[in-house]
Ligand binder design. Structure first.
Ligand SMILES: O=P(O)(O)OC[C@H]1O[C@H](OP(=O)(O)OP(=O)(O)O)[C@H](O)[C@@H]1O
Ligand SMILES: Nc1nc2[nH]cnc2c(=O)[nH]1
Ligand SMILES: [Mg+2]
Length: 176
């Protein structure tokens, strides 16, 4: 079998992802006209989405990365651990948090509390994927790529036991 063949159903093709990322970037470009947004991606999962998104935003911008972890394998531990803090202050900045997926919402809730306390001028969220069926915390997503059903997905930055983050499309684990 070809190593690059999808293992499960292709959930979202590379073409669909790229088209949607371009739409989100156009919305951000319109909404932040005249400003210099500061994008903060959440490592590791959001690194691919972040790289594609920023290259399509037609504005001056700055960016940073934070790292948190709450998942072991495919299950959330329910506790968020800060692994890498902000590299630059965000006081007075127009911050956009960039996430690959909002699942239970626990990670995003933690991040929004953490960032809000540092007094940005504004704070919004861009997430490629959302799984509303799994939500345990109510969290805002201002720029959403796709709402998806309750399946464990991977590829395009998202991992399957740390592997497959490099797939250019998104696929899913077959149901048990
Ligand atoms: O809404 P939640 O249930 O909190 O889940 C979403 C978070 O889980 C994943 O990250 P993970 O902690 O697995 O680390 P990773 O980004 O390094 O894959 C994903 O990238 C989100 O950050
Ligand atoms: N890779 C991956 N990470 C997640 N973190 C929370 N939900 C998911 C998911 O569906 N896939
Ligand atoms: Mg993550």
């Amino acid at each position: 079998m070809n190593e690059n063949e999808p293992r499960g159903p292709v959930y979202l093709s590379e073409e669909r992802i790229q088209a949607r990322v371009a739409e989100l970037a156009a919305e951000i470009t319109r909404d932040y006209a005249g400003r210099t947004p500061h994008l903060i991606a959440v490592l590791n999962g959001a690194f691919v989405f972040m790289a594609d998104l920023v290259r399509r935003i037609e504005l001056p911008l700055t960016l940073d990365f934070m790292a948190v972890a709450s998942y072991q394998g495919t299950e959330s531990s329910g506790e968020v651990e800060l692994i890498k803090d902000l590299g630059q202050p965000i006081g007075g900045r127009d911050v956009i948090v960039v996430e690959d997926i909002v699942d239970t919402g626990i990670t995003l809730e933690y991040l929004l509390d953490y960032l809000h306390a540092r007094k940005p001028a504004s704070l919004r969220v861009a997430a490629l994927l959302s799984k509303p069926a799994r939500r345990l915390r109510e969290v805002p997503v201002d720029y959403l790529g796709f709402e998806i059903e309750n399946a464990y997905v991977y590829g395009y930055g998202l991992d399957r036991d740390q592997l497959d983050r490099n797939l250019p499309y998104i696929t899913s684990l077959p149901a048990d």
